[in-house]
Design a protein around this ligand. Structure first.
Ligand SMILES: Nc1nc2c(ncn2[C@@H]2O[C@H](COP(=O)(O)OP(=O)(O)O)[C@@H](O)[C@H]2O)c(=O)[nH]1
Ligand SMILES: [Mg+2]
Length: 461
């Protein structure tokens, strides 16, 4: 994104294009009200320049003397608006033509089309929201489940940044005492003892580490669980996908190798989005197409958060089954013994001898039995207790990187007690920790960081 000039007046269509009841075009900047007055005439005859903030005006948008749509103009005056600048929102009939036309007229009257996320970027640069709140705006728009929406709303309300500020205050207090020692070593201070400083540093580190551990659950809630169904051909993977989705998505036949490509569908279980992936399965490839399908399966397996390892319970486990199971052990998974409507020939005792920590669930995709248990287990194993708590979660790699850095600086600060290095090193480590936290909130930032964050946004937000 090019460097932004905050003195410009920007405009954008804020609604998705296509057939819809309404469209919204928004304007923000010092000339927003003047631009709106150049194209809009209120029924009352009064210009928007005379209107009070937080009022809505019915009227028409004109091109020369031709009124081509009726619309409502909402006015939000600086500084109490989303961007803190003067803002106007026109809401008009939906479809593509009317909104596009109004956008063109706004540009002719002195506004320019906004970059993606530029409204939110201005809200950030004008100090209305911090960086974790700006990220939350995108997460609200992209939320695919109730839990992810709730998490994003809480971040927008400042839950994460408030927590980080508390850490910063605790750090600043310790730093002030350390600096008093450094600057006036001879004086008899009324300052924290060495032990007190050490224990404060240790407590901060423990608290930051526990925040760091929230990342796994936070990112799973935000992105959903990628749950890959894997197993030998013909064990019932596609049947299980269909049963879990409750519709016939994948083709099922008794012919091994029916599924050649990966099939991905989303569901929501217990408020969490789950991306279910049916695969071609793993095992002996009979032809080039089989091999391509299996390569694709492996690619998904690398990215998976969870595996459903499926076997046919009406047959003994064979070498292929076992090889698949052994390759999955590193990630959370469960063993699904399918076809439980048929007589069991799979020896579970033998299975448990080798895979004693793998939870097992018997099911029948054909009869729809055992499916609730599978759903519950997937959520239970991926979210753990942490994810189900209402604690603050880190949700993005950026959060994880900054807090890891902060923990690293604090670990070094803690070492300075045992290694008895100069207090100046301790002060420097505490300052570096502060910087990591400030970067995360966005109190210090670089254009590169802003570019990465705001390029995710859609135009008009
Ligand atoms: N009896 C029984 N047959 C099943 C069950 N699940 C799948 N099948 C059958 O097993 C065969 C292979 O199923 P499919 O889902 O295509 O297996 P995939 O190759 O692992 O995807 C088909 O004939 C299905 O009807 C089940 O729970 N019970
Ligand atoms: Mg299949």
């Amino acid at each position: 994104m090019p460097e932004i000039n905050l003195d410009d007046t920007i405009c954008a269509i804020a609604t998705a294009s296509g057939e819809a009841a309404l469209s919204i075009v928004r304007l923000s900047g010092p000339k927003a009200i003047a631009v709106a007055d150049a194209i809009f005439r209120a029924k009352s005859g009064r210009p928007l320049a005379e209107a009070e903030s937080f009022t809505i005006h019915y009227g028409h948008v004109y091109e020369h003397e031709f009124a081509f749509d009726e619309c409502l103009a909402s006015i939000f005056r600086h500084p109490r608006s989303f961007t803190k600048d003067d803002m106007i929102e026109f809401s008009m009939h939906g479809g593509t033509q009317s909104a596009r036309k109004i956008l063109g007229l706004c540009c002719r009257a002195g506004a320019r089309v906004a970059e993606p996320g530029e409204f939110t970027k201005r809200a950030f640069l004008n100090g209305r929201i911090n960086l974790t709140q700006a990220e939350a705006v995108v997460d609200i728009i992209r939320a695919t489940s109730e839990k992810s929406l709730r998490q994003a709303v809480r971040h927008l309300q400042g839950e994460l940044s408030d927590r980080l500020r508390t850490f910063k205050e605790r750090l600043l207090l310790v730093l002030a005492h350390v600096e008093a020692y450094v600057d006036f070593p001879e004086e008899d201070h009324d300052v924290f003892s060495d032990e007190r400083i050490q224990s404060e540093v240790d407590k901060l580190r423990t608290d930051l580490e526990s925040l760091l551990h929230s990342y796994r659950s936070g990112s799973i809630i935000r992105n959903g669980i990628l749950c890959v169904i894997v197993g030998r051909p013909n064990v019932g993977k596609s049947s299980l996908l269909n049963a879990l989705l409750k519709h016939e998505r994948a083709i099922v036949t008794e012919i091994p190798g029916t599924t050649r490509d990966t099939i991905e569908e989303s569901v929501v279980w217990d408020g969490v989005a789950v991306r279910l992936v049916d695969t071609a399965g793993l095992g002996q490839a009979r032809d080039r197409l089989d091999k391509m399908g299996m390569d694709r399966t492996r690619k998904y397996l690398n990215h998976a958060d969870f595996y459903l390892w499926v076997a046919d319970g009406s047959m003994p486990l064979n070498r292929e089954d076992l090889a698949i199971g052994r390759s999955l052990l590193e990630k959370p998974h469960i063993f699904v013994v399918n076809k439980s409507d048929l007589p069991r020939r799979l020896d579970l005792k033998m299975f448990e001898r080798e895979f004693d920590s793998t939870p097992t669930i018997a099911c029948s995709a054909l009869r729809g039995e055992g499916l609730d248990q599978i759903q519950r287990k997937v959520i239970e194993c991926t979210l753990e207790a942490e994810g189900r708590s209402e604690n603050v979660h880190l949700t993005r790699e950026r959060h994880h990187a900054n807090i890891s850095e902060a923990v690293h600086h604090l670990a070094r600060a803690a070492r300075s007690f045992t290694e008895k290095t100069s207090l100046e090193f301790l002060a420097a480590d505490l300052r570096s920790t502060l910087r990591s936290l400030s970067e995360l909130i966005g109190e210090v930032y670089s254009d590169d960081i802003l570019d990465v964050i705001f390029k995710e946004f859609c135009v008009g937000k």
